[in-house]
Design a protein around this ligand. Sequence first.
Ligand SMILES: *Cc1c(COP(=O)(O)O)cnc(C)c1O
Length: 398
Amino acid sequence: MQGSVKYTYPADGFYGPFGGAFIPELLQPCVEELRSQYLSIMAEPSFLHQFEALLKDYVGRPTPLYYAHRLSKHYQSHIYLKREDLCHTGAHKVNNTIGQILVAQRLGKQRIIAETGAGQHGVATATVCALMGLECIVYMGEKDIVRQAPNVQRMKMLGAEVRPASSGSKTLKDATNEAIRDWINNPSDTHYIIGSVVGPHPYPDMVSRFQSVISQEILWQLKEKTGNENPTRIIACVGGGSNAAGAYFHYLERESVELISVEAGGMGVHSGKTAATSQIGTQGVIHGSMTLLMQTKDGQIVEPHSISAGLDYPGIGPMHAHLIQSKRAKVVAIEDDHAVKAAFLMAKLEGIIPALESSHALAALDELELKPNDINVINLSGRGDKDLNTFMNHTRHE
Ligand SMILES: *Cc1c(COP(=O)(O)O)cnc(C)c1O
């Protein structure tokens, strides 16, 4: 990207004060091998060719940019949905796992590890390992294995080994520790696939580049439909921030385009049961990067809460910490109930059942001042089949 580049990444991996690689000495060689090679690998014509071909024929890209007629009428403003829910496996995550598996192959790695909380990233990783015939080990907290049984079954059917993390709170954080331990012990043959724009440099940059295909498509699709590449605003939910990073990427330096980042308010931003990291978080290191995170005064991580598993994360990618702190992006927090309501509205008005995560982005329409001529692009990060039980149980209790 040319001109005054303020928000895309500088070579040292810092986004303003956030980012970097704060990792144990023993992990340095693994991360450094990746850091020193990822940009040149990603620029190889053979890499680009293979990546584009898989995105087209395997993932089903380009995903449509759909003008939501009835939703637009309801809100009295133009609403376009970027249909990442139509990607193979049902969400945007596969854009990144395909990219990383191709990098891993070129680094000569035979073995893939990943950690997963809700299991979505584990499934996306198991999928591409099957596609490429690589060994796949997914670390998952013991508690999460019980809570997310269907995704565990999917991973197993795809040929992955799911290894339980039985220390600590037996959730994502513990699975991450196990994965890091594995990588340290198997540096030469193993690649660690991280699922969002989090972790030490170069992961946030690498993952946002793989996901940037989303905004690359929005540019021409919107031009085709409206005559203008630029919408009024782009709205995306932020867990770690990879779907948002992808939807924003080519618009980061176009400051007339508003970026709306939607966090999970949970039961309320100040209720103690929330995942609104940017609002109640403070600066610190999580998963190897300096960013905003939910922590106590003495640096203990505060357990997040969100009705949606994909947004239930105590940190936020460093790119987003910077976008929010520099006021390039505006944050909206959406509570559990509101997200569920937005999902039902969407289902009834458009015949699309959105993922709970994406429903947060939809609900943000209620919190913005929309004008009749505004062009709103919502990144519909995933589909809601996986959330049906939650939708049904939640409304029954109302
Ligand atoms: C995982 C997930 C998210 C959250 O992850 P990001 O890295 O913030 O995009 C959002 N939506 C869906 C459908 C997901 O599966």
